[in-house]
Write a protein that binds this ligand. Structure first.
Ligand code: AMP
Length: 569
């Protein structure tokens, strides 16, 4: 049978966006999915989930600058008109529909669009990728272009709350929601899940060795009291290592490593790969790569030099030795462990005797049990003494939830919690920084994806980082006001600060005291930055005097008193 028209997808997306009723959204989606050919099901479900491509690890690789160039080519709009459209909508899709207004419905099919995105993702040359995207847009009607562009930008914004797509897939193919969720967790792919559901084979879903799944995430906790309240009286307390998250897949000596954003980073850590390849069997580990020498964790900054290298030199490996600190086991010998409690996963992990088998290149996270807030506080100090960032507190009965920020894992960091924000505006610096864009205005997001500014920071980054960012921000400038420019929301930064205050100065209604940039989070996407609800929760926690603050004196940690002043000042 022939592939459905993409116009049908655009119509469905409009229908879903137009209603706020969850049930109406689900029913519209289910009816549409049930009517699709099996070949169209994969791409459509992936698009609805916010990705242009089916594979979890696949990237379209079309940044804001290229997407705008494609839109300019397709619409013939001048730079000025393009920027104006972007500023009117702050959404690439809506800007595209605006600039292509009046174009009639096309014959573009779902299969053609899927093939177009695939071609973009495998084409290396930037101008060719831009050309391919322009070609898709050129053929589309305004309504179709809206969604072509939104999919390319990685966000559909039609009010599909988490879980709704799973519900629709279950309803479309008369499957149980639990079975759909389970399959999605194991395969990591909405497309594969939907195909299994359609074929009535959800029970066959399994983790694929060599294909990464999303990482389980942690919820920030205000302090030890909150942790004990949440986890109950058997808290598993691990050191929180400051490195880069990694998933290691071992298939009978064949090793692959994936980063938090599911990129294949196997070639970057040859020493870990070679150590792991000595271990027989099939398994998947979750852990953190940390710089480590003579039994000691080194500063995260030293790892920075290895991050940019695809293939490190022997000299660099020697200068910045790395270990993998493993803390979870997701698969072993043909059995998926995600649904088993952490207690059992850890026992399985330890049975692999990794430190012995790898000559100390794969270690286990430091683990203790605690049943009181005092014990957690003491462990926090010990973790800091071991040069680690803080604690990860886990519930031993919790299952592994890929991609979820569950209550099974809580994180407790050194300073007042940091926020992950996106840079939306940049300014030329002063003095020796007058030739670089060094002052950044950043934002958090609302539930609906609207960006609201919360602060401005100009400290924390190195000169080299600022120089590289200056170049990047020049490329993604949306509007240039002379001193200040708005930029496409692409660069994610982690910001530390001393306090949160209510303030009319920024659109979020909050401002940060003494904000400083901790680091650039290339591993996080726009969808993963902190949201306003999280900021409000931190503000409330702070108001009740239950937030940890670093005073800066030898990393010593003190509490803010209920008045909001620093205890011991
Ligand atoms: P954050 O990146 O601040 O959101 O904190 C969560 C991250 O802490 C995880 O994604 C891991 O990369 C890292 N991490 C460090 N140590 C552990 C641990 N013992 N268990 C789980 N995650 C850890």
């Amino acid at each position: 049978m022939a592939s459905s028209l993409f116009a049908g997808f655009a119509k469905l997306a409009d229908t879903v966006a137009a209603t706020s009723s969850k049930i109406a959204k689900r029913d519209a989606l289910a009816a549409y999915l049930a009517g699709l050919e099996v070949e169209d099901l994969g791409p459509v479900v992936s698009w609805l989930g916010g990705s242009a491509l089916e594979g979890v690890a696949e990237r379209l690789g079309l940044g804001w600058a290229q997407a705008s160039a494609a839109l300019a080519m397709a619409s013939g709009a001048e730079e000025e008109a393009l920027r104006a459209a972007w500023l009117r909508h702050s959404d690439f899709g809506d800007a595209a529909a605006d600039l292509l207004a009046g174009r009639p419905t096309s014959r573009l099919t779902v299969a053609e669009v899927a093939a177009g995105y695939r071609a973009i993702s495998v084409t290396r040359k930037t101008d060719k990728r831009v050309g391919l995207m322009a070609e898709l847009l050129r053929r589309a009607s305004a309504a179709e272009a809206r969604y072509l562009a939104k999919i390319a930008a990685g966000e559909l914004r039609i009010g599909l709350r988490e879980g709704l797509l799973e519900e629709a897939v279950a309803a479309a193919f008369d499957a149980s929601l639990t079975a759909v969720r389970r399959a999605l967790m194991l395969t990591g792919e909405a497309a594969e899940t939907a195909r299994l559901a359609r074929a009535g084979h959800l029970a066959d879903a399994a983790l694929h060795l060599g294909r990464p799944i999303r990482f389980m995430l942690a919820t920030p906790a205000a302090d030890a009291v909150e942790i004990i309240r949440r986890v109950g009286d058997e808290a598993w307390v691990e050191d929180k290592y400051d490195g880069i998250r990694a998933q290691l897949h071992a298939l009978d000596g064949q090793i692959q490593l994936f980063s938090r954003d599911l990129k294949n980073i196997t070639a970057a850590f040859p020493e870990i790969v070679s150590a792991a390849s000595a271990i027989p069997g099939r398994f998947v580990l979750d852990g953190e790569l940390v710089p480590y020498r003579s039994g000691q964790v080194m500063d995260f900054a030293s790892l920075q030099t290895r991050l940019g290298r695809v293939r490190p030199s022997a000299e660099l490996i020697d200068r910045v030795p790395v270990v993998l600190v493993a803390f979870d086991l997701l698969h072993h010998g043909g059995v998926d462990h995600l649904e088993h409690p952490l207690r059992d996963r850890r026992a399985g992990l330890e049975s692999l005797r990794l430190p012995e088998a790898t000559g100390g290149l794969i270690l286990y996270s430091h683990l203790e049990r605690a049943s009181s807030a005092e014990a957690v506080d003491a462990l926090f100090d010990e973790a800091r003494a071991r040069h680690n960032e803080g604690l990860m507190v886990k519930d031993p009965t919790s299952v592994y939830q890929p991609g979820r920020r569950g209550m099974g894992w809580l994180k407790l960091k050194k300073a007042l919690a940091t926020l992950d924000c996106v840079v939306v505006g940049v300014e030329w610096g002063h003095g020796k920084r007058r030739a670089v864009l060094s002052d950044y205005t950043f934002a958090v997001r609302t539930d609906g994806g609207v960006l609201l500014t919360i602060g401005k920071a100009f400290t924390g980054l190195t000169d080299a980082e600022i120089a590289a960012l200056t170049e990047h921000f020049t490329e993604i400038t949306v509007e240039d006001f002379g001193r200040y420019r708005t930029v496409a929301p692409e660069v994610i930064i982690e910001v530390a600060f001393d306090r949160i205050m209510r303030s009319g100065r920024h659109r979020s209604g909050f401002a940060l005291r003494f904000p400083r940039i901790v680091r650039i989070r290339t591993d996080k996407s726009l969808a993963e930055i902190d949201d306003l609800a999280g900021v409000e929760a931190l503000f409330m926690a702070q108001a009740s005097g239950r937030i940890l603050l670093a005073t800066g004196r030898d990393g010593e940690v003190e509490r803010i008193a209920a008045t909001g002043e620093l205890a011991g000042g």
